[in-house]
Write a protein that binds this ligand. Structure first.
Ligand SMILES: C[S@@+](CC[C@H](N)C(=O)[O-])C[C@H]1O[C@@H](n2cnc3c(N)ncnc32)[C@H](O)[C@@H]1O
Length: 315
């Protein structure tokens, strides 16, 4: 059954080594006929482990184990279904800024940033956070922002300062509001057990976003990017970027987006699973492929921003 296989794959390829609790839970779901039957009644896009586990966590106010999850499905099926249908996986990982920063810092400042699939917009604040690239420390503009540690391999052109950002805007089908208690709680539910350090970083980044609102508007990256860019002011370099988004877009929508962004007067950074942009970066095995302008593979990056392996020539 495809759902059982998806949960097994999630356990073995995504949760293993990162979240023992979710690894065990996903394997448990994969072997539980009742839970699988419950999942099969949901639309296919709503059967993901991340979504189910975060929804259960919200309702239980605790990390679910298999017994608790079975209990929820048996006793609060309607509540769980409503949570899963009403929310989506909008994990917003500010540490991804560390893996974007060396690429961004090569462009002529000041930068204009447009993030598509921005969630709450926490990746739109790369100039506000501080960084530690294997001992090289960069201070961000917001002293209360998180310090993001990132291990670097390869001839990476590390910047000496965070790039200046003159303008920023995000686009999301369903933007999360950093001043909404419910949205903030949902973001916390999406952080995996075993990765509690991400929670503190999330809390600090949310505070930064309240002081410097990233400005995420509701819209579809397939249809609304052009208008957003057209309304931007003149800057040194306008950059459109995205991470962990295109997998949620249909192949046709992706083609339209690629055509649109390729025709705009912008630089374009795609930080996505290998192979999402046709064959570019498809042979990477561990991380995301950071691709510039749809053509040049710059780096392999940790999906949670803790390391990057620079692959392009440094000049
Ligand atoms: C997994 S989150 C990633 C958030 C952020 N890019 C990051 O790296 O932390 C994916 C986001 O993409 C948004 N999304 C999915 N399809 C979209 C579309 N067609 N247009 C705009 N946003 C979309 C979702 O609503 C969600 O907030």
């Amino acid at each position: 059954m495809a759902t059982a296989e998806a949960y097994r794959r999630f356990a073995e390829r995504e949760a293993a080594g990162r979240s023992p609790a979710y690894e065990a839970l996903a394997l448990g779901v994969a072997g539980d006929d009742r839970l699988l039957a419950w999942l099969e009644e949901l639309p296919a896009a709503k059967r993901q482990p991340n979504l189910l586990f975060a929804a259960a966590r919200w309702l239980l106010d605790d990390v679910p184990d298999l017994v608790a999850l079975r209990g929820l499905v048996a006793q609060r099926s309607a509540d769980l279904r409503a949570m899963v249908l009403g929310r989506s996986t909008q994990t917003n990982e500010p540490a991804r800024c560390a893996t974007l920063l060396p690429a961004l810092a090569r462009y002529e400042p000041p930068l204009g940033l447009v993030e598509v699939g921005a969630s709450a917009g926490l990746c739109l604040l790369p100039d506000c956070y501080s960084y530690d690239f294997g001992g090289l420390r960069l201070d961000g503009m917001d002293p209360g922002g998180p310090l993001i540690e990132c291990r670097v391999e390869g001839p990476c052109p590390l910047p000496l300062a965070v790039p200046e950002v003159a303008w920023r805007a995000g686009l999301d089908l369903s933007p999360l509001d950093v001043s909404s208690d419910d949205d903030v709680r949902w973001l916390a539910c999406l952080v995996w057990p075993g990765e509690e350090n991400r929670l503190e970083r999330l809390r600090q980044a949310l505070e930064v976003a309240r002081r410097t609102p990233p400005g995420v508007v509701r819209g579809d990256l397939v249809h609304d990017l052009q208008a957003l860019v057209a309304g931007a002011p003149e800057v040194g370099t306008m950059v459109v970027f995205h991470s962990a988004v295109l997998a949620y877009v249909t192949p046709e929508g992706r083609r339209t987006f690629i055509e649109t962004v390729s025709g705009l007067p912008v630089r374009w950074l795609s930080n996505e699973s290998p192979g999402v942009l046709e064959k570019t970066g498809a042979d990477l095995s561990h991380g995301f492929a950071l691709i510039e302008d749809g053509r040049t593979l710059l780096a392999e990056t940790d999906p949670h921003g803790t390391w990057l392996r620079w692959l392009a020539p440094s000049a």
